[in-house]
Ligand binder design. Structure first.
Ligand SMILES: Cc1ncc(COP(=O)(O)O)c(C=O)c1O
Length: 397
Protein backbone atom coordinates (compact mmCIF):
# COMPACT_ATOMS: atom_id res chain seq x y z
CA UNK A 1 0.00 0.00 0.00
CA UNK A 2 1.31 3.47 -0.89
CA UNK A 3 -0.68 5.54 1.50
CA UNK A 4 0.29 4.20 4.90
CA UNK A 5 -0.14 5.88 8.24
CA UNK A 6 2.77 7.73 9.76
CA UNK A 7 4.47 6.24 12.82
CA UNK A 8 2.84 9.02 14.82
CA UNK A 9 -0.54 7.38 14.34
CA UNK A 10 0.37 4.70 16.85
CA UNK A 11 1.00 7.33 19.53
CA UNK A 12 -2.56 8.35 20.19
CA UNK A 13 -5.87 6.70 20.90
CA UNK A 14 -9.27 8.36 20.47
CA UNK A 15 -10.35 10.22 23.60
CA UNK A 16 -12.01 7.63 25.86
CA UNK A 17 -14.60 10.08 27.13
CA UNK A 18 -15.66 10.87 23.61
CA UNK A 19 -15.59 7.15 22.77
CA UNK A 20 -17.94 6.30 25.66
CA UNK A 21 -20.15 9.22 24.65
CA UNK A 22 -20.32 7.98 21.09
CA UNK A 23 -21.23 4.45 22.24
CA UNK A 24 -23.96 6.04 24.37
CA UNK A 25 -25.12 8.02 21.32
CA UNK A 26 -25.21 4.83 19.24
CA UNK A 27 -27.49 3.17 21.79
CA UNK A 28 -29.66 6.29 21.93
CA UNK A 29 -30.00 6.19 18.14
CA UNK A 30 -31.28 2.63 18.53
CA UNK A 31 -33.99 4.03 20.78
CA UNK A 32 -32.39 3.08 24.11
CA UNK A 33 -33.04 5.56 26.95
CA UNK A 34 -29.40 6.06 27.96
CA UNK A 35 -28.63 7.87 31.22
CA UNK A 36 -25.55 9.67 30.08
CA UNK A 37 -22.96 10.70 32.67
CA UNK A 38 -19.95 10.25 30.40
CA UNK A 39 -19.26 13.60 28.87
CA UNK A 40 -17.80 16.58 30.71
CA UNK A 41 -20.04 19.30 29.41
CA UNK A 42 -22.61 21.42 31.20
CA UNK A 43 -26.16 20.63 30.07
CA UNK A 44 -27.18 24.30 30.37
CA UNK A 45 -27.82 26.49 27.37
CA UNK A 46 -25.17 29.09 26.63
CA UNK A 47 -26.44 32.23 28.43
CA UNK A 48 -28.66 34.55 26.33
CA UNK A 49 -26.36 37.58 26.53
CA UNK A 50 -23.56 35.50 25.01
CA UNK A 51 -25.76 34.15 22.22
CA UNK A 52 -26.92 37.70 21.47
CA UNK A 53 -23.32 38.93 21.30
CA UNK A 54 -22.58 36.24 18.71
CA UNK A 55 -25.60 37.25 16.63
CA UNK A 56 -24.54 40.90 16.83
CA UNK A 57 -21.03 39.93 15.77
CA UNK A 58 -22.33 38.09 12.71
CA UNK A 59 -24.57 40.99 11.75
CA UNK A 60 -21.68 43.42 12.20
CA UNK A 61 -19.71 41.39 9.66
CA UNK A 62 -17.26 39.69 12.05
CA UNK A 63 -17.37 36.62 9.88
CA UNK A 64 -13.88 36.74 8.40
CA UNK A 65 -10.39 35.66 9.38
CA UNK A 66 -9.12 37.24 12.59
CA UNK A 67 -5.52 37.65 13.74
CA UNK A 68 -4.22 34.08 14.32
CA UNK A 69 -3.79 34.46 18.08
CA UNK A 70 -7.22 36.02 18.54
CA UNK A 71 -9.04 39.35 18.29
CA UNK A 72 -7.28 42.19 20.16
CA UNK A 73 -10.42 43.00 22.19
CA UNK A 74 -10.59 39.50 23.70
CA UNK A 75 -6.85 39.31 24.32
CA UNK A 76 -6.96 42.68 26.08
CA UNK A 77 -10.06 41.70 28.08
CA UNK A 78 -8.29 38.59 29.29
CA UNK A 79 -5.09 40.48 30.05
CA UNK A 80 -7.17 42.91 32.17
CA UNK A 81 -9.10 40.05 33.80
CA UNK A 82 -5.92 38.23 34.84
CA UNK A 83 -4.19 41.43 35.93
CA UNK A 84 -7.05 42.89 37.98
CA UNK A 85 -9.08 39.92 39.16
CA UNK A 86 -6.65 37.02 39.24
CA UNK A 87 -3.53 38.79 40.49
CA UNK A 88 -1.44 37.81 37.46
CA UNK A 89 -0.04 40.87 35.69
CA UNK A 90 -0.63 40.05 32.03
CA UNK A 91 -0.01 41.85 28.72
CA UNK A 92 -2.25 41.19 25.70
CA UNK A 93 0.84 39.84 23.89
CA UNK A 94 0.97 37.02 26.42
CA UNK A 95 -2.53 35.82 25.55
CA UNK A 96 -3.29 33.18 22.92
CA UNK A 97 -6.90 32.45 22.00
CA UNK A 98 -7.39 28.95 20.61
CA UNK A 99 -10.06 26.53 19.45
CA UNK A 100 -10.74 25.40 23.00
CA UNK A 101 -8.44 24.89 25.97
CA UNK A 102 -7.49 21.53 24.49
CA UNK A 103 -6.03 23.31 21.48
CA UNK A 104 -4.19 25.76 23.75
CA UNK A 105 -2.67 22.79 25.60
CA UNK A 106 -1.62 21.22 22.31
CA UNK A 107 -0.03 24.48 21.17
CA UNK A 108 1.72 24.96 24.49
CA UNK A 109 3.16 21.45 24.40
CA UNK A 110 4.24 21.89 20.78
CA UNK A 111 5.90 25.15 21.76
CA UNK A 112 8.02 23.79 24.58
CA UNK A 113 8.36 20.01 24.23
CA UNK A 114 10.12 17.77 21.75
CA UNK A 115 11.84 14.41 21.40
CA UNK A 116 13.96 13.59 24.42
CA UNK A 117 11.93 15.74 26.79
CA UNK A 118 9.92 14.40 29.70
CA UNK A 119 6.66 15.79 30.99
CA UNK A 120 5.46 14.95 34.49
CA UNK A 121 1.74 14.20 34.70
CA UNK A 122 0.09 13.30 38.01
CA UNK A 123 -2.48 10.50 37.67
CA UNK A 124 -5.45 10.36 37.66
CA UNK A 125 -5.12 12.78 34.73
CA UNK A 126 -7.39 14.23 32.10
CA UNK A 127 -7.56 11.79 29.20
CA UNK A 128 -5.86 13.97 26.61
CA UNK A 129 -2.69 14.99 28.48
CA UNK A 130 -0.55 11.93 27.85
CA UNK A 131 -1.49 11.63 24.17
CA UNK A 132 -0.91 15.32 23.52
CA UNK A 133 2.53 15.02 25.11
CA UNK A 134 3.34 11.97 22.97
CA UNK A 135 2.41 13.87 19.80
CA UNK A 136 5.29 16.27 20.46
CA UNK A 137 7.74 13.37 20.68
CA UNK A 138 8.20 13.92 24.41
CA UNK A 139 7.61 11.21 27.00
CA UNK A 140 4.82 11.44 29.59
CA UNK A 141 6.11 10.52 33.04
CA UNK A 142 3.03 9.54 34.98
CA UNK A 143 3.14 9.85 38.77
CA UNK A 144 0.41 7.97 40.56
CA UNK A 145 -1.47 9.72 43.34
CA UNK A 146 -3.84 7.78 45.54
CA UNK A 147 -7.24 8.16 47.14
CA UNK A 148 -5.50 8.06 50.54
CA UNK A 149 -3.44 11.17 49.70
CA UNK A 150 -6.53 12.91 48.30
CA UNK A 151 -5.23 12.38 44.74
CA UNK A 152 -2.66 15.12 45.22
CA UNK A 153 0.92 15.20 43.98
CA UNK A 154 3.45 15.94 46.71
CA UNK A 155 6.61 18.04 46.23
CA UNK A 156 8.68 14.97 47.23
CA UNK A 157 7.05 12.86 44.50
CA UNK A 158 7.67 15.60 41.97
CA UNK A 159 11.31 16.13 42.94
CA UNK A 160 12.03 12.40 42.89
CA UNK A 161 10.79 12.22 39.29
CA UNK A 162 12.75 15.19 37.94
CA UNK A 163 15.62 14.31 35.58
CA UNK A 164 17.80 16.55 33.41
CA UNK A 165 15.28 15.85 30.63
CA UNK A 166 12.20 17.04 32.56
CA UNK A 167 10.69 19.98 30.71
CA UNK A 168 7.30 20.44 32.23
CA UNK A 169 4.99 19.59 35.11
CA UNK A 170 1.30 19.50 34.21
CA UNK A 171 -1.13 20.31 36.98
CA UNK A 172 -4.89 20.52 36.91
CA UNK A 173 -6.75 21.98 39.88
CA UNK A 174 -9.74 21.64 40.10
CA UNK A 175 -9.10 18.28 38.52
CA UNK A 176 -10.79 16.23 35.90
CA UNK A 177 -11.48 13.37 36.73
CA UNK A 178 -11.22 13.54 40.54
CA UNK A 179 -12.63 17.02 41.25
CA UNK A 180 -9.70 17.49 43.63
CA UNK A 181 -8.73 21.09 44.42
CA UNK A 182 -5.27 21.64 45.88
CA UNK A 183 -5.12 24.02 48.85
CA UNK A 184 -3.12 27.16 48.30
CA UNK A 185 -0.47 25.92 50.75
CA UNK A 186 -0.15 22.63 48.86
CA UNK A 187 0.36 24.49 45.59
CA UNK A 188 2.87 26.81 47.27
CA UNK A 189 4.85 23.79 48.40
CA UNK A 190 4.78 22.43 44.85
CA UNK A 191 5.77 25.85 43.51
CA UNK A 192 8.75 25.98 45.89
CA UNK A 193 9.84 22.55 44.69
CA UNK A 194 9.46 23.59 41.05
CA UNK A 195 11.58 26.70 41.67
CA UNK A 196 14.50 24.54 42.80
CA UNK A 197 14.52 22.90 39.33
CA UNK A 198 14.62 23.89 35.66
CA UNK A 199 11.13 22.60 35.10
CA UNK A 200 8.30 24.69 33.62
CA UNK A 201 4.63 24.31 34.53
CA UNK A 202 1.48 23.95 32.51
CA UNK A 203 -1.40 24.76 34.84
CA UNK A 204 -4.77 23.77 33.45
CA UNK A 205 -7.30 25.90 35.34
CA UNK A 206 -10.32 25.30 33.13
CA UNK A 207 -12.58 24.50 36.13
CA UNK A 208 -11.40 27.56 38.12
CA UNK A 209 -14.92 28.96 38.59
CA UNK A 210 -16.45 25.67 39.68
CA UNK A 211 -15.45 25.05 43.28
CA UNK A 212 -17.53 24.00 46.29
CA UNK A 213 -17.52 24.69 50.03
CA UNK A 214 -14.16 25.85 51.33
CA UNK A 215 -12.26 24.91 48.17
CA UNK A 216 -10.75 27.90 46.38
CA UNK A 217 -9.16 28.05 42.94
CA UNK A 218 -5.58 29.33 42.72
CA UNK A 219 -3.78 30.81 39.75
CA UNK A 220 -0.56 28.81 40.06
CA UNK A 221 1.58 31.41 38.26
CA UNK A 222 0.85 33.99 40.99
CA UNK A 223 2.11 31.92 43.91
CA UNK A 224 5.75 32.93 43.96
CA UNK A 225 7.90 35.56 42.25
CA UNK A 226 9.48 34.10 39.14
CA UNK A 227 6.78 31.52 38.60
CA UNK A 228 4.93 33.41 35.86
CA UNK A 229 8.08 33.32 33.72
CA UNK A 230 7.99 29.52 33.70
CA UNK A 231 4.26 28.85 33.74
CA UNK A 232 1.65 28.52 31.01
CA UNK A 233 -1.85 29.02 32.38
CA UNK A 234 -4.71 27.41 30.51
CA UNK A 235 -8.41 28.16 30.75
CA UNK A 236 -11.43 28.86 28.58
CA UNK A 237 -15.17 29.41 28.35
CA UNK A 238 -16.35 25.82 27.76
CA UNK A 239 -17.11 24.81 31.33
CA UNK A 240 -17.83 28.11 33.10
CA UNK A 241 -20.24 29.46 30.50
CA UNK A 242 -21.64 26.22 29.04
CA UNK A 243 -19.89 26.97 25.76
CA UNK A 244 -18.26 23.65 24.84
CA UNK A 245 -19.40 23.83 21.22
CA UNK A 246 -18.10 27.34 20.61
CA UNK A 247 -14.51 26.10 20.98
CA UNK A 248 -12.75 28.99 22.69
CA UNK A 249 -9.96 28.52 25.20
CA UNK A 250 -6.77 30.38 25.97
CA UNK A 251 -3.23 30.25 27.20
CA UNK A 252 -1.40 32.92 29.20
CA UNK A 253 2.31 32.44 28.62
CA UNK A 254 5.62 34.27 28.60
CA UNK A 255 5.60 36.53 25.51
CA UNK A 256 8.05 34.56 23.33
CA UNK A 257 6.12 31.34 23.92
CA UNK A 258 2.75 33.02 23.32
CA UNK A 259 4.14 34.45 20.07
CA UNK A 260 5.29 31.04 18.87
CA UNK A 261 1.93 29.49 19.76
CA UNK A 262 0.25 32.19 17.66
CA UNK A 263 2.63 31.48 14.75
CA UNK A 264 1.90 27.79 15.05
CA UNK A 265 -1.81 28.48 15.04
CA UNK A 266 -1.42 30.71 11.97
CA UNK A 267 -0.10 27.68 10.08
CA UNK A 268 -2.41 25.08 11.55
CA UNK A 269 -5.84 26.66 11.81
CA UNK A 270 -5.44 30.37 10.87
CA UNK A 271 -7.55 31.54 13.81
CA UNK A 272 -10.25 30.49 16.24
CA UNK A 273 -13.82 31.03 14.99
CA UNK A 274 -14.44 34.79 14.70
CA UNK A 275 -18.03 34.73 15.96
CA UNK A 276 -17.13 32.52 18.92
CA UNK A 277 -14.42 34.97 19.94
CA UNK A 278 -16.97 37.79 20.17
CA UNK A 279 -19.24 35.47 22.17
CA UNK A 280 -16.33 34.67 24.50
CA UNK A 281 -15.63 38.39 24.88
CA UNK A 282 -19.18 38.91 26.15
CA UNK A 283 -18.74 35.90 28.44
CA UNK A 284 -15.63 37.41 30.02
CA UNK A 285 -16.70 41.06 30.29
CA UNK A 286 -20.51 40.73 30.43
CA UNK A 287 -22.80 40.04 33.41
CA UNK A 288 -21.87 36.94 35.42
CA UNK A 289 -25.34 36.17 36.85
CA UNK A 290 -25.76 33.05 34.72
CA UNK A 291 -22.48 31.66 36.07
CA UNK A 292 -23.84 32.03 39.60
CA UNK A 293 -27.13 30.36 38.65
CA UNK A 294 -25.36 27.42 37.01
CA UNK A 295 -23.06 27.13 40.01
CA UNK A 296 -26.08 26.90 42.34
CA UNK A 297 -27.35 23.96 40.29
CA UNK A 298 -23.95 22.24 40.40
CA UNK A 299 -23.90 22.63 44.20
CA UNK A 300 -27.28 20.87 44.47
CA UNK A 301 -26.27 18.12 42.06
CA UNK A 302 -23.01 17.50 43.87
CA UNK A 303 -24.82 17.12 47.20
CA UNK A 304 -27.33 14.76 45.65
CA UNK A 305 -24.64 12.67 43.97
CA UNK A 306 -22.55 12.37 47.15
CA UNK A 307 -25.64 11.35 49.12
CA UNK A 308 -26.49 8.62 46.63
CA UNK A 309 -22.89 7.33 46.40
CA UNK A 310 -22.82 7.00 50.18
CA UNK A 311 -25.58 4.40 50.00
CA UNK A 312 -24.27 2.57 46.91
CA UNK A 313 -22.87 -0.77 48.11
CA UNK A 314 -19.12 -1.13 47.63
CA UNK A 315 -18.61 2.33 46.12
CA UNK A 316 -16.59 5.17 47.67
CA UNK A 317 -15.60 8.60 46.44
CA UNK A 318 -13.33 11.45 47.57
CA UNK A 319 -15.82 14.36 47.68
CA UNK A 320 -14.97 16.64 44.74
CA UNK A 321 -13.94 20.16 45.79
CA UNK A 322 -14.46 21.39 42.24
CA UNK A 323 -15.41 20.60 38.63
CA UNK A 324 -18.46 18.36 38.10
CA UNK A 325 -17.18 14.82 38.45
CA UNK A 326 -17.48 12.08 41.04
CA UNK A 327 -14.58 9.66 40.71
CA UNK A 328 -16.07 6.51 42.20
CA UNK A 329 -13.95 3.66 43.50
CA UNK A 330 -15.76 0.60 42.16
CA UNK A 331 -12.95 -1.91 42.65
CA UNK A 332 -14.89 -3.75 45.39
CA UNK A 333 -17.04 -5.12 42.56
CA UNK A 334 -14.17 -6.61 40.59
CA UNK A 335 -14.50 -10.39 40.47
CA UNK A 336 -18.30 -10.24 40.50
CA UNK A 337 -20.66 -10.84 37.60
CA UNK A 338 -22.78 -7.79 36.86
CA UNK A 339 -25.22 -7.48 33.99
CA UNK A 340 -24.14 -10.93 32.82
CA UNK A 341 -20.49 -9.89 32.44
CA UNK A 342 -17.57 -10.84 34.64
CA UNK A 343 -16.12 -7.61 35.99
CA UNK A 344 -12.32 -7.72 35.93
CA UNK A 345 -11.59 -4.02 35.57
CA UNK A 346 -13.09 -0.56 35.16
CA UNK A 347 -13.69 -1.06 31.43
CA UNK A 348 -15.79 -4.18 32.11
CA UNK A 349 -17.64 -2.27 34.80
CA UNK A 350 -18.49 0.69 32.54
CA UNK A 351 -19.33 -1.41 29.47
CA UNK A 352 -21.61 -3.61 31.52
CA UNK A 353 -23.26 -0.63 33.24
CA UNK A 354 -23.92 0.86 29.80
CA UNK A 355 -25.16 -2.33 28.17
CA UNK A 356 -27.37 -3.56 30.99
CA UNK A 357 -28.28 -0.53 33.11
CA UNK A 358 -28.00 2.01 30.26
CA UNK A 359 -25.84 4.19 32.46
CA UNK A 360 -22.88 5.80 30.70
CA UNK A 361 -19.77 6.37 32.86
CA UNK A 362 -16.08 6.55 31.90
CA UNK A 363 -13.62 3.88 33.01
CA UNK A 364 -10.90 4.98 35.41
CA UNK A 365 -8.24 3.34 33.24
CA UNK A 366 -8.77 6.12 30.68
CA UNK A 367 -7.52 8.54 33.35
CA UNK A 368 -4.60 6.37 34.39
CA UNK A 369 -6.44 5.06 37.47
CA UNK A 370 -7.73 1.49 37.30
CA UNK A 371 -10.44 0.68 39.85
CA UNK A 372 -12.56 3.78 39.29
CA UNK A 373 -15.46 5.02 37.20
CA UNK A 374 -16.06 8.70 36.53
CA UNK A 375 -19.56 10.09 36.74
CA UNK A 376 -20.18 13.57 35.34
CA UNK A 377 -22.92 15.43 37.20
CA UNK A 378 -23.30 18.07 34.53
CA UNK A 379 -26.80 16.64 34.14
CA UNK A 380 -30.18 17.53 35.63
CA UNK A 381 -31.28 16.11 38.99
CA UNK A 382 -34.06 13.98 37.49
CA UNK A 383 -31.60 12.18 35.21
CA UNK A 384 -29.17 11.77 38.11
CA UNK A 385 -31.92 10.22 40.21
CA UNK A 386 -32.83 7.75 37.47
CA UNK A 387 -29.17 7.01 36.89
CA UNK A 388 -28.47 6.19 40.53
CA UNK A 389 -31.62 4.05 40.74
CA UNK A 390 -30.36 2.12 37.70
CA UNK A 391 -26.83 1.83 39.16
CA UNK A 392 -28.23 0.57 42.45
CA UNK A 393 -30.12 -2.17 40.61
CA UNK A 394 -27.09 -2.97 38.46
CA UNK A 395 -24.89 -3.46 41.54
CA UNK A 396 -27.34 -6.02 42.91
CA UNK A 397 -25.98 -8.31 40.13
C1 LIG B 1 -9.04 19.26 32.46
C2 LIG B 1 -9.52 19.73 31.14
N1 LIG B 1 -8.75 20.54 30.43
C3 LIG B 1 -9.15 20.99 29.23
C4 LIG B 1 -10.36 20.63 28.69
C5 LIG B 1 -10.72 21.12 27.31
O1 LIG B 1 -11.68 22.09 27.28
P1 LIG B 1 -12.08 22.81 25.92
O2 LIG B 1 -13.50 22.46 25.68
O3 LIG B 1 -11.92 24.28 26.19
O4 LIG B 1 -11.18 22.33 24.86
C6 LIG B 1 -11.21 19.77 29.40
C7 LIG B 1 -12.48 19.31 28.82
O5 LIG B 1 -13.04 18.30 29.16
C8 LIG B 1 -10.78 19.33 30.67
O6 LIG B 1 -11.55 18.53 31.41
Amino acid sequence: MVLTLAERSSLIAPSATLAMASEARRLKAEGVDVLDFALGEPDFKTPENIQEAAIRAMRAGHTHYTPPAGIPELKQALADHYTRKMGLPTQAAQVLISNGAKHSIHNALMAVCGPGDEVIIPAPYWVSYADLVKLTGAVPVVLTTTEESGFKLTPEQFLAAVTPRTKLLMINSPSNPTGVVYDRSELEALADAVLTTNVGVLSDEIYEQLTYGDARPTVFATLRPGLAERTITISGVSKTYAMTGWRIGWAIAPTAIAKFMGDLQSQETSNPCSVSQYAALEAVVGPQDSVRLMHEQFVKRREYVLGRIETLPGVTCVPPGGAFYAFMNVSAHFGRTLGGREIKNSTDFCLSALASAHVALVMGSAFGAEGYARLSFATDLKTLERGFDALENFLKG
